[in-house]
Design a protein around this ligand. Structure first.
Ligand SMILES: NC(=O)c1ccc[n+]([C@@H]2O[C@H](COP(=O)([O-])OP(=O)(O)OC[C@H]3O[C@@H](n4cnc5c(N)ncnc54)[C@H](O)[C@@H]3O)[C@@H](O)[C@H]2O)c1
Length: 338
């Protein structure tokens, strides 16, 4: 059974801990954070016993570290699961790979193309497994709609649009999310989910044309992109300028030759199919979310290396390349070829 060191115990670190509690084939064996209180079993944020779906595990019995080198040297685990702020991903991923560990890294893979190259090179050099948390590829609504599209029953996609709306993430440690030099702004941190889904479904476009809402630090808190393909139109919009009373929503809309398909997490059912022939109907979805399925795939298949849907470092690097090009297009206010 793979043993996991979870590093960064903020919002996402706790989401991962809750999912490891549900996975019978994974064991949390080390914790690392600069804030000792984030790993304090009595901290209400972290909770002494992580409970999820009727499973509970006791954090107090897991070794805690506030020094990364010491954790890497102490060992006792197979995987380093990186849930640190994005500007730290490249450095911490390369150090874990070089120390001989497999790595699961939260999205976005890194801040720049040069950082993603460092990670890709380290993965190639060490031969260790590396997965990226592009959770939408595993999220039942998106995964099942991709299956329907790829199955071809409703013909080709003529038009697709993606949307992601959030309140400002003021909850991040040290305000890092609201600082575009450390997070990439909403255009990288939030919108990257849909950039990855565009690539996963349709491959690399020929060109992008983006516009955005620019903040004082030069980052974009909202971005809208038109992706140019020879035979279909794709758009995507996302940002974190919404009010707290709105909260969060993610949506996608597909116009195929013989059906219209809508994903909207604010609606129930989440996925509705509107076929050319017959009545609309909801798509049945398996229970669970993308966080659970991505960590299950990684930990269940680590030994064989035969993953179901692994998001590789190379693939996530292409997602960053496209997202950064969109940001550049918004800055230059012109279409840029990929
Ligand atoms: N897949 C998703 O849907 C999703 C959702 C939210 C966040 N994320 C990603 O997860 C990552 C973490 O985001 P978050 O929202 O959990 O941030 P957060 O601010 O809630 O947590 C970051 C944690 O890292 C710790 N930390 C900071 N610097 C450190 C260092 N040098 N060494 C050790 N610990 C350090 C902080 O103490 C904090 O506990 C980001 O890359 C973010 O983009 C992904």
């Amino acid at each position: 059974m793979p043993k996991i060191a979870v590093i960064g115990l903020g919002f996402m670190g706790r989401v991962h801990l809750r999912n490891y509690a549900l996975l019978p084939n994974a064991k949390v064996a080390a914790l690392y954070d600069v804030r000792p209180e984030a790993m304090n079993p009595n901290c209400p944020e972290t909770a002494g016993n992580i409970a999820a779906g009727g499973v509970t595990f006791d954090l107090a019995s897991v070794p805690h570290f506030t020094d990364y080198e010491k954790m890497l040297a102490a060992g006792g685990f197979d995987v380093v699961d990186i849930c640190l702020p994005t500007y730290l991903h490249a450095e911490y991923a390369v150090r874990a790979l070089d120390a001989g560990y497999h790595v699961f890294c939260e999205k976005p893979l890194a801040m720049t193309n040069s950082e993603t190259r460092q990670i890709v090179d380290a993965v190639k050099k060490t031969g260790n497994h590396f997965g990226v948390g592009h959770c939408l590829r595993y999220w039942p609504a998106y995964r099942e709609v991709k299956r329907l599209i790829d199955g071809g029953r409703f013909g080709c996609v003529r038009y697709a649009e993606f949307a992601r709306f959030s309140l400002p993430p003021i909850w991040g440690w040290d305000g890092w999310l609201m600082d575009s030099r450390r997070s990439g702004g909403a255009a990288l941190d939030l919108h990257v989910h849909d950039v990855d889904m565009v690539l996963h479904l349709f491959g690399m476009p020929q060109a992008v044309r983006s516009r955005g809402v620019r903040e004082k630090d030069g980052g974009f808190s909202h971005i809208t992109t038109l992706y140019k393909y020879p035979d279909l139109d794709v758009t995507s919009t996302g940002g974190w300028l919404c009010t707290a009373s709105f909260g969060f929503d993610m949506r996608a809309f597909f116009v195929l030759e013989k059906a219209t398909i809508e994903i909207d997490f604010a609606k129930s059912p989440i996925v509705m199919i509107y076929p050319q022939e017959g009545e609309k109907y909801p798509l049945d979805l398996p229970a669970g979310d993308g966080y659970y399925y991505e960590l299950k795939d990684f930990t269940d298949n680590l030994e064989t290396g035969e993953f179901e849907n692994l998001v590789t470092a190379e693939s996530a690097a292409e997602t960053i390349r496209l997202a950064l090009l969109e940001i550049e297009s918004a800055h230059q206010e012109k279409e840029l070829r990929v």
